[in-house]
Design a binder for this molecule. Sequence first.
Ligand code: NAP
Length: 265
Amino acid sequence: MDLGIAGKWALVCGASKGLGFGCAQALVREGVNVLIVARGAEVLEAAASKLIADSARPTTAGVQFVAADITTAEGRAAVFAVRKDFDIVVTNAGGPPPGDFRDWDRDAWIKAVDANMLTPIELIKATVDGMAARGFGRIVNITSSSVKAPIDVLGLSNGARSGLTGFVAGVARTVKLASANVTINNLLPGVFDTDRIRGMAQGTATKTGQSVDAIIEARKKHVPAQRLGTPEEFGAACAFLCSQQAGYITGQNILTDGGAYPGTY
Ligand code: NAP
């Protein structure tokens, strides 16, 4: 299927690896120009080189990168200094650490809310009116299946992302945006094979003495698909939400979790 977005410009945040990289790769393969962002310049530059070297990239699709912390006003200003208008924005930053809510002070909460609620809201605020004026816009927020099925040790994520989810539910349904072909959706990953998941498994391994592989195998058993998702699969779902064909999908929370969410709705 031709997604009809070749030549568009996408800002993809948290894209030097993992799910953000999967989204950038899928968009580039559709002929979309991408500006990718992450803090670590070296890994980011390597990611940009990988996108450029991808044999599935139409040669018309450009790749730019800006090393910045997207959760800060300065970081966002650095991005928008390079390019002001985007047709597609994928919001993403690292997830908050796991832990016990008794240990989280105000600073821990502010950091989580900043990264996983206020940053996507700022990025939406900075881009949607331009999208509406041009008659096309796609925002995809990478959130988490924990929004629908909270994970006890990820309270910072459950809380901050639920705030974003409530905001998006309202703003996506405003006539000014929806009638101008601007959609805003959340894509909710279950368990995907990325450094974050391996890092969390490493944390559990250190505490329990189990091997990382044994922990990952145990996680797979909780997923009906019996495996972890891949960043490529996640990217493909993201690219579809960014397509012309997805213009009638807005304000939704779409799970990509191999069937792990146990509910009917
Ligand atoms: P990952 O493999 O750790 O990759 C995170 C990416 O975001 C990296 O490129 C990282 O690069 C960048 N990043 C982190 N903080 C940033 C910041 N402040 N500004 C700019 N870039 C930043 O993580 P992932 O597994 O892809 O997860 C992506 C998101 O999905 C996270 O919010 C995570 O909590 C959520 N999620 C993931 C899963 C899963 O199974 N993987 C499940 C549920 C939810 P730098 O560190 O160099 O900045």
